[in-house]
Design a protein around this ligand. Structure first.
Ligand code: CP
Ligand code: NVA
Length: 308
């Protein structure tokens, strides 16, 4: 299938239409069903994807590296030991040089602004592989997983329990694009801000509440993420106390007897989620992790104009 050659970045998903995202998701599903589609074409032969990660990663790094290899390309990884981007040299210098070596840049940073700044000075596609602000690749995989499990995304009711962090914000944007609803339950001071809610398109169905039981009632999906994200480690003890009532456990699951359970991983078992919820029959967490590979492969095809 021929895809558009126009250069695009994938930084926050806000400027991607539902149709464009659906095109990527459809390709991801086709490739998942029939790996022969890309295996023989190897459309990224001779192309190199650079991964610049200021923070640890398992799924994002592995899925981008494996996806690139499966498409016939190669990757270069620059990890946290190289320090934060912009420390050794100006971000614009890094961006201008990297663009001359690489065909695509995947970035995992603390500051979201670092990714935006690199994209400004780089004429190759830039992908946000997680920033403190957003995690759009995760949200793309999550929509694929929900579509697969429920057979639809429009009208689906998702409850997110815990810290309204990068994962939660990207999930809110993605679900809004696809006409699904999101109810977020968080302790006071850790929810989606009024400013973020105002930034969503008019008519969105994203709601902030404080009671996790209220959030999960009638939901199709219960989603959670860590209480302490990367970069917040010094707050871990305090957060453990504050978030204790926001654990995804048996009592909460009883409130939504049909809901599937999702978690972007890595999980802190015994904190935001119990073993029972993580390992039980309603967990779709590992399919969710697998789908990161399929959406990332399709995203690379789209961004690099690969003919598949
Ligand atoms: N979900 C996710 O992005 O996992 P990693 O931090 O391991 O990449
Ligand atoms: N909110 C988590 C997500 C990890 C994939 C973090 O930023 O550490």
């Amino acid at each position: 299938m021929a895809m558009s050659l126009k250069r695009r970045d994938f930084i926050s998903m806000d400027n991607w239409s539902r149709e464009e995202l659906s095109e990527i998701l459809d390709l991801a599903s086709r490739q998942k069903e029939d790996p022969g589609v890309y295996r023989y074409a190897r459309p990224l032969t001779g192309r190199v994807v650079g991964l610049f990660f200021e923070k640890a990663s398992m799924r994002t790094r592995l899925s981008f590296e494996v996806a690139t290899y499966q498409l016939g390309g190669q990757t270069v990884f620059v990890g946290p030991e190289s320090g934060r981007l912009g420390e050794r040299e100006a971000i614009k210098d890094l961006a201008r040089v990297a663009a001359r070596y690489l065909d695509c840049l995947v970035l995992r940073t603390y500051k979201h602004e670092t990714i935006v700044e690199i994209a400004r000075f780089c004429d190759k596609p830039v992908v946000n592989g997680l920033s403190d602000e957003r995690h759009p690749c995760q949200a793309l995989g999550d929509v694929m997983t929900i579509r697969e499990k429920l057979g639809k995304i429009e009208g689906v009711k998702v409850a997110y329990i815990g810290d309204a962090n990068n994962v939660c914000r990207s999930l809110a944007v993605a679900l809004t694009k696809f006409g699904a609803s999101l109810t977020v339950a968080s302790p006071e001071g850790y929810g989606l801000t009024p400013q973020f809610l105002r930034s969503l398109p008019q008519g969105h169905s994203v709601r902030q509440v404080s009671d996790p039981m209220e959030a999960v009632s009638g939901s199709d999906i219960i989603y959670t993420d860590v209480w302490t994200s990367m970069g917040q480690e010094q707050e871990r003890e305090k957060r453990r106390e504050i978030f204790r009532p926001y654990q995804v456990n048996e009592a909460l699951l009883e409130r939504a007897p049909k809901a599937f359970i999702m978690h972007c991983m890595p999980a802190h078992r015994g904190e935001e989620i119990t073993d029972h919820a993580m390992d039980g029959s309603r967990s779709i967490i590992y399919e969710q992790a697998e789908n990161r590979l399929h959406v990332q492969r399709a995203l690379l095809c789209r961004l690099l104009g690969a003919q598949v």
